[in-house]
Write a protein that binds this ligand. Structure first.
Ligand code: ASP
Length: 314
């Protein structure tokens, strides 16, 4: 296991299996009345969020607290970032507390990789712009495995705004690594050119989605769109919305949240028993506990640099 988790590409299939297994053991802890283990006692985890978040930031907070870590949560609004402090200065300032991990979200693709160069802490990418959101993909695998024990050969359709979605990218990598067959589907303007290179098929229509085991719908990412990618949300919904008519009886439905009700999903499918959306949120806690555990308390990391290097003689 590497020292940082920046991309699903940092993980082998064995790493993923180990994290999912570890998350299962933490699910047992989450079922107890006192949901806490001493694993990270005395270690500091910093949650640094430069972009809005409900699920990811709260579940990382709960995960760190359940592992008994000391936790500091900083949102860019209200921090010295508002006063113009640069990212590098902010990271150097926070690194002065000798954190074991920095959980970092940013609207800029690749920013988590930069942070990893500026700190001795393990960096966990909690979403960097359109690029990746690896812990989302891990919690999705975990959720799916609770319903379909064997992921090999499972057919998954990822539907919607693939172009602006870090979740889509991480999930294509994660699902294919576990042997699933992935098709991405959406208006051609919202499918990144060359996405097939990640190992998925592409479809401009929902024809054929009836054969999928899982429909994974994506949010229309208005905040990342600079131009007009679809004629109107009504027309988008007419062609791509997953509704009761389009969701087959045996299909599972996933969505990373937050959902635009009535756009990518209709109200009746969100509330149907086939929807795993709330379960995905629940999985976020145990999977993020497992990731913190693996990086901070698990097997030695594979880079030469130890997490906490011994002080060197001057
Ligand atoms: N919550 C996910 C993310 O941060 C998905 C989304 O925002 O649509 O990427």
């Amino acid at each position: 296991m590497k020292r940082h988790l920046l991309s699903i590409d940092d993980l082998t299939r064995e790493d993923i299996e180990r994290i999912l297994g570890r998350a299962e053991s933490f699910a047992e802890v989450s079922g107890r009345e006192i949901k806490k283990v001493p694993t990270l006692r005395g270690r500091t985890v910093i949650n640094l969020f430069y972009e809005a978040s409900t699920r990811t930031s709260s579940s990382f907070e709960i995960a760190a607290k359940r592992l008994s870590a000391d936790l500091v949560t900083i949102k860019s609004a209200g921090s010295s970032v508002d006063k113009g402090e640069s990212l590098k200065d902010t990271i150097q300032t926070l690194s002065a507390y000798d954190p074991a991990a920095i959980v970092f979200r940013s609207p800029a693709a690749g920013a988590a990789g930069l942070v990893a160069r500026w700190t001795q802490a393990s960096v966990i990418n909690a979403g960097d712009g359109k690029r990746e959101h690896p812990t989302q993909a891990l919690l999705d695998l975990y959720t799916l495995r609770r319903h379909r024990r064997n992921l090999d050969g499972l057919k998954i359709w990822i539907v919607g705004d693939v172009l602006h979605s870090r979740v889509a990218r991480s999930n294509i990598l994660a699902f294919t690594r576990m042997g699933c067959r992935v098709t991405v589907c959406g208006p051609p303007t919202l499918i990144p050119r060359g996405v097939e290179a990640l190992g998925c098929d592409v479809s401009a229509t929902l024809d054929g989605s009836q054969d999928a085991d899982v429909i994974y719908a994506l949010r229309m990412q208005h905040e990342r769109m600079t131009g007009s990618f679809v004629p109107s949300l009504r027309e988008y919904a007419a062609q791509y919305q997953i509704n009761a008519r389009r969701l087959g009886a045996g299909q599972l439905l996933m969505h990373p949240g937050p959902v635009n009700r009535g756009v990518e999903l209709s109200a009746e499918v969100i509330d149907s028993p086939q929807a795993l959306i709330t379960e995905q949120v629940q999985s976020g806690v145990v999977v993020r506990m497992a990731v913190l555990y693996e990086l901070l308390a698990g097997a030695p990391t594979s880079t030469e640099a130890p997490i906490h290097p011994e002080p060197q003689p001057a």
